[in-house]
Structure formats: structure tokens, C-alpha cells
Ligand binder design. Sequence first.
Ligand code: TK8
Length: 335
Amino acid sequence: MFKRRNLVTLIAGTLMVATGAMAQFADRNIKFTNGINEDHPVGVGVRKMQEILAAKTGGKMKISSFWGGSAGGDMQAIQALRAGTQEMVCASTSPIVGIVKELGVFDLPFLFANEKEADAVLDGAAGKYFNAKLEAVGLVNLSYWENGFRNLTNSKRPVAKLEDFDGVKVRVMQNNIFLDTFKTLGSNAVPMAFPEVFTALETKTIDGQENPFVTIETSKFNEVQKYLSVTRHAYTPFVVLYSKKLWDQLNPQEQALLREAAMEGQKVQRAANRAMSDKSLAALKAKGMQINEVSAAEQTRIRAKVNAVYDKHKDSIGPDAIKVVQDELKKARGG
Ligand code: TK8
């Protein structure tokens, strides 16, 4: 017979399990900012994270996202994360080089030949190495997402050969290696935060900028730029960062869930980005941009010219960072 005491124990036990499961997640409203617009595939990744959090926490953990630099640029967000006044950002590695010099390796021109190489480096030992460097300065990297291979746009002329870079005033990300790369190519390089770029192009304060096709399209740079040159000169990853100060206030279940959500987000974000890249190029053409490739011979001349950038910056980046990336690249290239 089922005794009353047993029933009480059973009910109490069930309640404990239920409240125990709920208690894993506190009400959290996570502020997430981006310099790019929501129709960029980063939006696909963030929506995936939101869905996972909603499903697994019964709506307790939420991400509020702010797009288009409305909440400031990458550097501003990084400072807010380190100070513990903002939880998350999806930022490029390049503006973080002032804080984590080793990340400068990703700014070295022509480091990766394709997405496969980038994935091998970021998802392997090198990715972990940079995560540790980020964590040491108060930034927890949940996942590497994709911006893509960067290409040059400008309002002056098609850049098809080395000499065409000459005198073009190009906005670069706020970092010495990018600055040096464009100076070495003969351009007048101007460091600037991403949210200021559209207006600077519109008012002709600058002639050009460089970003992947998808970012060019979703940020509508085609409205203020005539020429797009397929230079593929760098692949600077996106990092999905969480403030270490605020991270340390989360319990292990919350931390594990956020990591899982960011990794699930990575899958759909990268896939969406890769599917969109060619479409963005076609769309930019359809919207009136004049697009040119750079011949193999000119690519060789350009690469030879920017070799000086490697030599000049390898000491400041440090041999460990260069080695961990080169080792993964060798493996990925089957050598
Ligand atoms: C967005 C930036 C942007 C980057 C840049 O905040 O600054 O040009 O490519 O995507 O991170």
C-alpha cells in the first residue's frame, strides 16, 4: 500500500528536482552589441543563441542585441566588457591588438588562402592559444565567427595593379599592422572606428575602405563607393566575447549553456556567411558597383611588396603566436 508518508516524500522530491532544475538559471538580460547590421549573418548566429537560451532556460536568460554600431564601435564595447558594464560583443580581432598584441597575426596580409585554413587555425590549437590570451585581459571568447576575406572598395578608380593603391585614402581598422600594410602599398591609411565609415565615405573624408562582400553589402557601402577590387588581402575573424568580470558571476550551468549556444551559433553563422558571400558580390554588381579581379601577376607583386610588413611586425606579435598559427596551417596544407 502506498503510505501517506511516501507520498509526501515523493512530492517533496519532485519539487526539489523541479526547483533545482530551474535554479540553474537566473533571470539574465545579456547586452550584445555589433558594429554591423542585423541582416549580416551574425544576426543568424545571434538568433540561434537566443532560441537556445529561450528553450533551455524557459525564457530566463535573454540576449538583447544592438546593431549597426548604435551602441558604439568594437573598441568601445571591448572597454565596456573589460570594465564589466556590458556582457557581450561580436567584434573583429583587429581592434583588440592594442590589448592582445598576439592577435596581430590575423592582420598579416594574405595569411589564409581560404576558409578551410581559417577554420583549421581557429578551431584548433591556435584558437585555444588566443582564447587564453583574451581571458587574461578580461575577455572570454565563446566562439570564432566569420566576417570573411576582405576586399578593397573606393571611389577613385579600380585597383587592379600595385600602383593603383597610390594616394587612395583608405580607412583601416584601428591597428598598426593594417595601417602599415596600406601605407606600404602606397595608400594614405586612416584608422577609424567602423560605425563612422559610411559617413566618412559619403562626405569624401576618405576614398575607400576594405571589408568582406557581405559586410560591404549589409552596411550599404555600395551607395557611397563605385569600385570594388577583389583583393582578398586578409581574413580577420570575429570573436564572440563575454565580459570576464560578469562571466565570473554566472554559475557553471549558465556558462556551459552560453558556450554551447555560441558554438551552435557558429555553425549557422559560418554557413550563412559562406552561402551569402557570392550572392552579395552579385548584388553589389547589380546595384552598380564596378568590380575587378586582380591578376595573378599583380597579386604576386602586391604580396612581394607587403612582405616587409611581416618582417616589421613579427617581433611585436611574438614568435609563439606566429608559430602556433603556422603549425596549424602546415597541417591544414598537408605538409
Ligand atoms: C564591426 C567591425 C567590422 C570590421 C571593420 O564592428 O571594422 O571593418 O570588419 O566588421 O568589426
